[in-house]
Design a protein around this ligand. Structure first.
Ligand code: 4AD
Ligand code: MG
Length: 474
């Protein structure tokens, strides 16, 4: 359908041609002499309006009521100019084949249904306008991501999903324990049957990996190993966090894009993050016009203007210290009081980007070292690290990044002061032993980007099958 209706002439150039369309029935209006049926195949937002009369081969299926909303059909006919005002062309059907009937219990009838309801029908929601559009824009953002990095000489690296290290040190990892049963077969093993040593601790020698292993929270540490060999690289894959936060911005399973730049500092990192965001935003404005118009009308009024500004204007940059000053001077009462050294809460982040800077993305840099991860490079003041967060309206933190501590002695001292076990970071420290270079990178939460780019309120609607506390259905 996109091939016909997605053209600038909306299909007029195909008038007179014979075509076949396969898709799902969105609406059906049976009138005495003629039936109008709208079919959607997911290739675009537009439906193909099909006009059927009693002369159509297979029309008995329509008359008997077998063709209904949700059914899958194959229709063949001639493209003709449309009498209606909603579309330029329609299909004058010659033959219809009902491929799959739709039971009357089909939950997505024409009436508008809430996003909450659709979350309970995640297997059928891609058939709605909103979720179809989100899926296509998500796809375009992924494509533009690879395009941006490939055009700029970055190499895509696959980072592991199962890992023994906790990159962020926040203890939010899902544990993967798989015991090796003595028979050699895998079985479901309830936790209380895990072999224990006599002091009651888990006997890891019986485990598949021989030690605790987890789902990764970030591919960064592995990414750094490749950046210190291939220069600029990026990862793009699923990451997992057992954060028990029921918010509209947190998922337990989300996709992250993590570029790592060799021979680079924090300024290079911020420039890359800015250029990347502007590139992907421009890409969807240019390539997803129909879906973006839909979001502009139905999901977030003005989103096209907002994104056009993002693609064109410089972003604001300020230090963490200046951000705290600004929040202290704000007239607004915050739920969490601000003082130097505290982590910025989402209400603070949103105030900075939405109110203080009128909707412009803001990059905050040089955070206190005590609220940031061990790998960030210490600044000369001894109090802050070369970290940056990019804050955007509605979403808050879209990107978190930093220049990495490339000095072995500083990094070891930092691990010690955080009581982290240096031995388990031996390979990471090796990168500082053998040809260390200044390097920097960032992580962007892909679903937050989808939220930002579509106007979708809740992150659960930005990924096909959301994983959140208490919910792993589908
Ligand atoms: O700020 P974070 O925790 O940074 C890192 O993981 C670094 N290792 C990245 C790097 O420098 N390579 O996470 C990065 C981004 C956040 O800014 C946010 O967009 C997203 O990941 N994110 C989440 N998205 C959805 N659900 C969650 N629970 C998320 N936690 C982080
Ligand atoms: Mg962060």
């Amino acid at each position: 359908i996109a091939e016909i209706k997605g053209k600038p002439d909306e299909g007029l150039g195909r008038v007179g041609q014979s075509i076949a369309v396969m898709g799902w029935v969105r609406t059906l209006r049976v009138q005495s002499s003629v039936t109008f049926m709208e079919v959607n195949d997911g290739s675009c937002l537009s439906n193909m309006q099909c006009v059927l009369g009693s002369e159509v081969e297979g029309y008995d299926q329509v008359e008997s009521g077998s063709v209904s909303t949700g059914a899958s059909v194959w229709v063949q006919g001639e493209v003709v100019p449309s009498q209606g005002s909603k579309q330029k062309v329609e299909l004058k059907v010659k033959k219809i084949v009902l491929l799959g009937k739709s039971d009357p219990s089909y939950p997505i009838q024409k009436k508008r249904v809430s996003k909450e309801f659709l979350r309970t029908k995640a297997h059928l929601r891609p058939r709605t306008n909103t979720f179809g559009a989100v899926a296509r824009v998500r796809n375009a953002l992924a494509f533009a991501t690879h395009k941006f990095f490939q055009e700029n000489g970055f190499v895509w690296v696959s980072s592991p999903i199962i890992t023994a290290s906790d990159c962020e040190g926040a203890g939010e990892q899902f544990c993967v324990t798989t015991l090796i049963p003595s028979s050699g077969e895998t079985t479901d093993t309830p936790l209380d049957t895990i072999p224990k040593t006599n002091n009651g601790l888990i006997d890891w020698s019986q485990d598949f990996f021989g030690k605790p292993a987890f789902l990764t929270v970030s591919g960064q540490l592995n990414g750094e190993t490749y950046a210190t060999a291939l220069s600029d690289i990026y990862t793009f894959g699923p990451t997992f966090r057992a954060e028990n936060s029921n918010t509209s911005r947190h998922l337990a399973e989300f996709w992250m894009i993590e570029p790592e730049l060799a021979f680079a500092d924090l300024d290079d990192d911020m420039a890359c993050a800015t250029a990347y965001l502007q590139y992907v935003v421009r890409h969807i404005l240019d390539n997803c016009k129909e879906d973006m118009e839909f979001f502009n009308t139905w999901i977030e009024k003005g989103i096209i203007d907002r994104l056009s500004n993002v693609a064109e204007k410089d972003f604001v940059q300020l230090t963490y210290t200046d951000a705290v000053e600004l929040l202290l001077k704000a007239k607004k009462k915050f739920e969490f009081p601000v003082k130097w050294g505290c982590d910025l809460q989402s209400e603070h982040e949103r105030y900075i980007t939405e109110e203080a800077f009128g909707g412009c993305p803001v990059v905050v840099r040089d955070y206190p070292k005590d609220i940031k991860a061990f790998y960030m490079r210490q600044n000369d003041d001894g109090k802050t690290v070369a970290a940056m967060d990019m804050l955007v309206p509605r979403v808050g933190e879209l990107i978190g990044g930093s220049q990495r501590e490339e000095r072995l002695d500083y990094l070891e001292a930092r691990l010690d002061s955080l009581n982290l076990n240096k031995d388990s970071y031996w390979w990471y420290l090796d990168l500082r032993r053998y040809g260390s270079v200044p390097h920097a990178g960032f992580g962007l939460g892909f679903e937050r980007l989808v939220q930002f780019a579509t106007g979708i309120d809740n992150i659960r609607d930005a990924i096909p099958f959301p994983r959140t506390p208490g919910s792993a259905e589908f």
